[in-house]
Design a protein around this ligand. Structure first.
Ligand SMILES: NC(=O)c1ccc[n+]([C@@H]2O[C@H](COP(=O)([O-])OP(=O)(O)OC[C@H]3O[C@@H](n4cnc5c(N)ncnc54)[C@H](O)[C@@H]3O)[C@@H](O)[C@H]2O)c1
Length: 399
């Protein structure tokens, strides 16, 4: 967000949308900014007064930084700030066109909230959850008129990350899907459509980036800094261990565990003891100054010592597992080919779409590498997606 174009802001304001936001924590604050900058009036309900004060400060800090760094004027910033209304009573969300929920990740709490909300707002109001890991369908099941219920999954920080996953519940109507995509586009974000399955698109396809890297480390093939080096060498901005430290092991392990259990313990998503132990020790990563690496003031990152041959083998193994996951998501209609590519390049900044990458490497080569891993480990974790096998046998590509 380097340049502010007041004309764009004015145009979007014409399409005025009244947005309700419940839960002004980490994600809520980014969503408030997204909606306000997109031209919406935002009505915020948060149950903890301390969090509201924090949200106000953080939002002001964001605008101050933008004023210093970009062509946003103080008048424009204050105009945007006046679009944010903090309400004391949830009933004040009654006239919203859309209400987005970003409260604690707990099914009962979310269901309770939506039961209440569906009796407050009008029948045409879209109700949306920002859940990362719960079934959107199960939340929709308690909503009055569940056809207007949908998942809108932002990425952290929500006001910076372009990608937004749109997840219809099985009860959601086509018109709610279309209106939601339109709303997200108004807010200058990039919507992709995902099936209501664990991890949706990004949190499912990205799992091997962490899981396979940890397995390689556990097998003693290479040290964390060597594996990180191998992945940055093929274009990833951060190696898997540095990235897990950055995300926080509490969050990253939790997502892995939820995806694993939601898939009925599919070995492809199996969590690791290595990461569990870090969590138990309180080594959460950057935020606790200790994770796979140390982040205390005097510590230095170890230098990689890996040969280029081994680095290549490691990056091939992780990459082919990512490709397999992307292919399987396509095979199971979790998302379209193009939305899968967009999700991984815009949601987690992968250097290339995984399906295009598979085409470049050669589909047959990917299949052979996966079969080799399967033969070595006899672990269903390495089973090749039927789609990859089919494309290889008919000499086809994804694109
Ligand atoms: N943090 C992430 O990286 C991330 C990314 C995508 C999605 N999500 C999802 O977004 C949601 C919020 O996550 P977060 O990290 O912002 O959590 P958070 O703990 O930072 O914020 C949640 C806020 O909701 C408030 N709250 C709880 N119950 C409430 C209620 N009934 N009414 C009003 N306010 C209430 C809490 O006081 C808290 O301030 C979760 O569902 C999470 O899975 C998180």
């Amino acid at each position: 967000m380097n340049a502010w174009n007041p004309l764009i802001i004015l145009n979007v304001i014409k399409e005025m949308k009244k947005t309700g936001l419940v839960g002004a924590g980490t994600m809520g604050q980014g969503i408030i900014l997204t909606a306000a900058i997109g031209g919406c009036d935002v009505f915020v309900f948060e149950s903890n007064d301390g969090v509201i004060e924090k949200a106000k400060k953080n939002i002001q800090k964001f605008f101050d930084k933008e004023i210093a760094k970009t062509n946003l004027t103080p008048e424009q910033a204050s105009g945007l700030n006046t679009k944010i209304h903090y309400v004391k009573n949830i009933n004040e969300l009654f006239s919203c066109d859309i209400v987005i929920e970003a409260i604690v990740e707990n099914l009962e709490a979310k269901q309770e909230l939506f039961k209440q909300l569906s009796s407050i707002v009008s029948d045409s109001c879209i109700l949306a959850t920002n859940t990362s890991s719960l079934s959107v369908t199960s939340i929709a099941s308690v909503v009055n008129l569940p056809e207007r219920f949908i998942g809108i999954h932002f990425f952290n920080p929500a006001h910076i990350m372009k990608l937004v996953e749109v997840i219809p519940a099985i009860q959601t109507s086509e018109s709610t899907v279309e209106k939601t995509k339109e709303y997200i586009t108004y807010c200058r974000k990039l919507p992709v459509l995902a099936k209501d399955t664990p991890g949706f698109i990004v949190n499912r396809i990205a799992r091997p980036y962490y899981g396979e890297a940890i397995k390689i480390y556990e097998e003693g093939i290479a040290k964390v800094e060597d594996i990180d080096f191998a992945m940055t060498e093929i274009g990833f901005k951060m190696g898997p261990f540095a990235l897990m430290d950055f995300i926080g092991h509490d969050i990253n392990f939790n997502v892995t565990e939820i995806v694993y259990n939601s898939f009925y313990q599919d070995p492809r998503y199996r969590p690791s003891f290595t990461q569990k132990r870090l969590l138990e020790a309180g080594y959460l990563g950057v935020k606790s100054e200790r994770g796979f690496y140390s982040y205390s003031t005097n510590s230095q990152k170890p230098t990689p010592t890996i040969s280029s041959d081994i680095a290549k083998k490691i990056s091939n193994r992780i990459l082919v597992m990512l490709i397999n996951e992307a292919a399987d998501a396509l095979y199971l209609n979790v998302a379209s080919r193009d939305d899968i590519e967009t999700s991984m390049t815009k949601g987690v900044n992968y250097p290339k779409g995984l399906l295009r990458w598979a085409d470049e490497i050669g589909i047959l080569t990917c299949v052979q590498q996966l079969d080799q891993l399967y033969n070595e480990y006899h672990d269903m974790r390495y089973r090749c997606s039927p789609l990859l096998r089919k494309l290889a046998s008919t000499n086809q590509k994804f694109f």
